[in-house]
Design a protein around this ligand. Structure first.
Ligand code: SF4
Length: 359
């Protein structure tokens, strides 16, 4: 009988080099047990920088800052939903919430966004999705509509980081990206200014590839003339695209499930995605499938809420009792059920979202 490991914890060994090279802490097991959410229980959050400070605040039921931001460079896909689900988890645990819709960042750093107006139109759809997923209007901060104190602070940060530091971290001095980075730093740090939430631990969930930003902002905070806690970060394991070896990308829509996808899109994308199935049905019945390399299983791992259902999918795959066609159908059904409801809610929230972006 194959080893049953539906949470894929074995795959964490693939990240050993990350802990070694970047000096990231492995997510502590004692804290993992404390946080009842699939992202922690299934080893989807794998690493951290000083998350203990936030865990302690949660334990003591004291406030902390929950800050995340997503560039408005395209429609949200399931990868973005993961960021928002984590944000909602911290919101439920008494956080001060700052969800940044980053339209200016997207405009200044992405070649494909030609005007601020275009970024703002994308931001409207993004904000409608965020509202539909459970955020309130108060949680959402649209970069282009912030208070003057926020912009003043972003400029102030510019004086605290040198060109050579930028080049060392990012390997370039592209002015658009430099301005976007300053806004990202401002998003994370402004929450601790006295007129916002004041000094307190903060947490931001990011992908491992975003660690240079985390290191930069943690270094920057020490050079500011304000009383602030060094921000904490937690790291998601890599989320891949639906094709073999791909990343989720809005420039190749078939690599990801978007929150705006039609039922037919989902059917096609999951139908064509890379799986861990065998060459023939007979071989799969005999040897079992390989959920650890299956992109469809990865979606289940990140998004299917029921542990029992996830375990069932894993066990039936490994034992060869269920073949990929039937298995994909289950995922198509629950994703389409979710998207149908989500899209109706997002549509209802469009007016509020437009008001948040355009005033
Ligand atoms: Fe993936 Fe399901 Fe096929 Fe297993 S049976 S490889 S989980 S699609």
């Amino acid at each position: 009988m194959p080893k049953i490991d539906p949470w894929g914890s074995a795959a964490i060994t693939d990240y050993e080099h990350v802990f070694r090279e970047f000096g990231l802490g492995k997510f502590p097991e004692s804290v993992r047990k404390q946080l009842k959410h699939r992202f922690f229980q299934r080893n989807i959050i794998i690493a951290h920088r000083e998350f203990e400070k936030v865990a302690e605040r949660i334990k003591q039921k004291k406030p902390f800052i929950n800050i995340t931001g997503i560039a408005s460079s395209g429609p949200y896909h399931l990868g973005h939903k993961v960021d928002i689900d984590l944000f909602l988890f911290f919101k439920e645990h008494g956080a001060k919430n700052y969800f940044c819709v980053c339209d200016l960042d997207a405009y200044s750093s992405r070649e494909k966004i030609k005007t601020v107006q275009q970024a703002k139109e994308i931001a409207v759809q993004n904000a409608a999705d965020a509202l539909a997923l459970g955020l309130s209007e108060k949680d959402i901060r649209v970069q282009s509509g912030r208070e003057k104190e926020y912009y003043g602070f972003a400029f102030e940060l510019g004086k605290k980081i040198t060109a050579s530091t930028f080049e060392a971290i990012y390997g370039h001095l592209d002015l658009g990206k430099v301005s976007a980075n300053l806004l990202q730093y401002a998003d994370i740090l402004h929450c601790q200014l006295p007129s916002y939430s004041g000094k307190m631990p903060s947490v931001t969930g990011i992908g491992l590839d975003q660690d240079p930003h985390a290191r930069a902002v943690r270094d920057l905070v020490k050079r500011l003339p304000y009383e602030m806690e060094v921000p904490s970060f937690i790291y998601f394991r890599h989320q891949s695209g639906l094709k073999e070896g791909s990343k989720m990308s809005s420039s190749d829509p078939d690599t990801a499930i978007f929150l705006s996808d039609s039922q037919a899109d989902v059917k096609r994308k999951i139908g064509n995605c890379f799986t861990g199935g065998r060459n023939t049905a007979e071989e799969q019945r005999r040897a079992g499938g390989r959920p650890e390399i299956c992109k469809k299983y990865e979606i289940d791992l990140f998004h299917l809420e029921s542990d029992a259902k996830l375990r069932g999918i894993f066990e039936k795959c490994k034992s060869g009792k269920r073949l990929c066609g039937e298995c994909k159908q289950l995922t198509i059904e629950y994703l389409n059920g979710f998207l149908q409801q989500h899209q109706a809610k997002a549509k209802k929230n469009l007016g509020k979202a437009r008001k948040l972006v355009f005033g």
